[in-house]
Design a protein around this ligand. Structure first.
Ligand SMILES: *Cc1c(COP(=O)(O)O)cnc(C)c1O
Length: 349
């Protein structure tokens, strides 16, 4: 019998389980623009509690959350420091320039976070010619750096620097729960070092839609206004917030299983001809696979794997990305390994 493909393209591809669908069907709702939706309120209170922040706001997507945070922290003509491989710099369609009128200062980093000397160099003097440095954006875990966790000590140093210079910090924590589960550091600790944090319900946590912004009451009040401006004021949105509540109650600890499976996949792949990969580097649920030595192009690899029922995405000139998630089990990993072995032994052998 033909299987469904093993879908390792992203942790966004999960579909709600029957239990989550039941929570959606039974959600009590109201008009959330009037702040009348009890399920949205429950979700926002739960998110604030879990992250140790004063308040939270349900937003349509991670991108919307990041863009609202930048709008809330900056003025037109300000500058925000970002990692050159960050989601904000690469995958948000120049939102900071268009929506906030903010210039991004992209810095190259070895592992996804900034050295203090780099920040010192990037920080602008108070000079009439120059933009005002206002914001530092961090990403944890770091997607393009292969799901790497930013160590809490590194974040503390950046926080100290930001405090001394009166800069704000926004954390793109699309996968902050992956960071927390992998490192054993409470999500509250990461968030306590930042002025705002965005995290996604629609990735590893397995909800179909939505992300959260968390921060101070003042920040969230302003963020709510910008959400409305961007067309993100939604009405009986408890229908989807119910899935978020379910995800926060049931799907955090199990992220460890995704990490274990990603490591298992990486270990098997690292032994195959034509693949370059260090399994010890896999800290969470993202596996970046360098296929340069195989003689195959990235597009060839994606196509050959797809023909054999395994889906990955191109992730650079010589790399593809595989991501584990709620809808990938041990058997799927075994199937994926067998398909990779066949494709690469034929190409290289
Ligand atoms: C997925 C992702 C986002 C944005 O999420 P969307 O819901 O797809 O807009 C932001 N940052 C990082 C690091 C991500 O991986």
């Amino acid at each position: 019998m033909a299987h469904d493909p093993v879908d390792l393209r992203s942790d966004t591809v999960t579909r709600p389980t029957p239990e989550m669908r039941k929570a959606i069907a039974e959600a009590v709702v109201g008009d959330d623009v009037f702040e009348d939706d009890p399920t949205v309120k429950e979700l926002e209170e739960l998110a604030a509690e879990i992250t140790g922040q004063e308040a939270a706001l349900f937003v349509a997507s991670g991108t919307m959350g990041n863009e609202i945070a930048i709008l809330s922290h900056t003025q037109r003509g300000d500058e925000a420091v970002v990692d050159i491989d960050s989601h904000i710099y690469n995958y948000e369609t120049a939102g900071p320039a268009v929506l906030s009128g903010v210039q991004l200062s992209p810095l190259k980093t070895a592992r996804g976070w900034f050295a203090i000397e780099q920040l010192e160099e990037a920080h602008r003097p108070d000079d009439v010619h120059e933009p005002v440095t206002r914001l530092i954006c961090l990403e944890n875990t770091h997607n393009r750096k292969g799901g790497r966790v930013i160590p809490i000590e590194a974040m503390r140093k950046i926080r100290d620097f930001a405090k001394a210079r009166d800069l704000k910090i926004h954390l793109d924590g699309a996968r902050i729960f992956n960071a927390s589960v992998a490192s054993g550091v409470d999500v509250k600790e990461y968030c306590s070092l930042c002025d705002s944090t965005m995290f996604c319900l629609s990735k590893g946590l397995g909800a179909p839609i939505g992300s959260m912004l968390v921060g101070s009451c003042d920040f969230i009040r302003l963020a709510r206004r910008y959400r409305k401006m961007l067309g993100g004021g939604m009405r009986q949105v408890g229908i989807i917030a119910a899935a978020g509540v379910y995800a926060l109650k049931h799907n955090i600890e199990r992220l460890a299983e995704d990490h274990r499976r990603a490591r298992k996949l990486a270990e098997a792949l690292s032994d195959m001809p034509g693949i370059r990969l260090e399994p010890e580097e896999i800290e969470t649920n993202i596996v970046v696979i360098d296929v340069a030595d195989s003689g195959l192009t990235v597009d060839d690899v994606v196509l050959l794997l797809e023909r054999n029922g395994v889906l990955v995405v191109p992730f650079g000139r010589t790399t593809v990305r595989a991501v584990t998630h709620l809808d990938v089990d041990d058997e799927d990993i075994e199937r994926a390994v067998a398909v990779f072995r066949e494709v690469f032994s034929q190409a290289v052998g």
